[in-house]
Design a protein around this ligand. Sequence first.
Ligand SMILES: Cc1ncc(COP(=O)(O)O)c(C=O)c1O
Length: 452
Amino acid sequence: MRATREEILKEADRYYDWIIKPELTEEEKDQVVQESIPNFNQFVNPGWLEYRKSVSTDATFVEWSDHDSVFADTHGVEFLDCLGGYGIYTCGHRNPEIVKAVKCQLDRYALHSQELVDPLRGFLAKLVAMITPGDLQFSFFTNGGAEANEMMLKLARLASGKTFFISTVLGFHGKSMGAVSATGKAGYRTPYLPLIQGFQHVEFGDASAVEKAIKNLITVGETVAGVIVEPIQGEGGVIIPPDDYFPRLREICDKYQVYLCVDEIQTGMGRTGTFWGVDHWNVVPDIMSFGKAFGGGVMPITGIVARPQLWEKMEENPWILGSPTFGGNPACCAAAIAAIRFIVENDVPRQCKEKGEYLLKGLRAIQARRPILRDVRGKGLLIGLEYPSDVIGYAVSKALFKNRILVGGTLNNARVFRIEPPSVIRYDEMDRVINTLDRVLGEVRLEFPGPY
Ligand SMILES: Cc1ncc(COP(=O)(O)O)c(C=O)c1O
């Protein structure tokens, strides 16, 4: 039932004050914690806290601030962030240069008129053309990763006039209807079947399987618009393809005139040690989607960039692909421009490469001594640690959480968890991760007797 004006204002006033206050009193901090749990249970989603991804069993940790490589709770307890927002925080938490650009833009104007020319969109699109490989040129900006992939799929269909997509088993492209159709995991797809028709999933890393699927579809009279694929499967468990996979996909796509649609939402912006994941193999996609770190860890902005010839049909109607109200808004563009500047100026890809190598070396040394850690794999600062079972992986993430280290472990897929820290993570912080994991594995090993 709708509340009275007085009731609404009483609550809104309290929340507003907490937001604008530089420092909460001890009483207010407790209040925020006390109110957050029932609010989630009553107004967000009753199952959220029980089923949420976090491995914390102690719900007194309520995030309130962040900086550099850490998240802090209301009471200032700091967590070293090796989950990194699944790739959002490549430039660090609240990177001051990026925050400054957004604040300055907000002091001028935040969102676009929807009629006048908005210059920051043009500035950003030009920079995107400058940082992406080959002749990728025209950009379309969106608000979330799934939405960017929707645009990628729609553009491939629109430009080719063809229908089918080849995607990969365990690939993850988001949860909107088109994106989840491309996604290769039953748990995400089954509740929504029948999904968008025309997606054929083949094993990741197997270029011949892609060619076979395209050939078979053409033989039976279908048409294939694109192959949609991540450079490294993130959600699928940090799966790195063989080195000839992407060059072969490029050849196959050229041979059958199918668009190579690469989802760089998690792997882009330096994360894997090169600016883009495809740079490991010097391959130029026809369309590329990007997101997560693109907004500098400060603002949500995603998008696609594609070769000029794909946009020809759009010239007749530039809005046919979509016209998202907030896509490419000035506040978000300011963040993305500042993020690109920061990444190029500080050679973030190189930092991710070097720090990734340091972490991998330390983690592999642990693996050699502790077989409960089945596998350590990764590129740059996208690292996967594999355990013999979900329960063990979950126990390790939980123990790390207790030691104030966040990792990308999840309840329903914890056999592999991800380590994706910000590129600004310090070497002493990485040592802390390595040493804590070593100790935690010794403890978890005692809980799970087995041949480890
Ligand atoms: C490779 C990839 N594509 C798409 C998405 C979906 O992005 P979003 O959650 O912003 O919709 C993700 C998110 O994890 C991702 O990792």
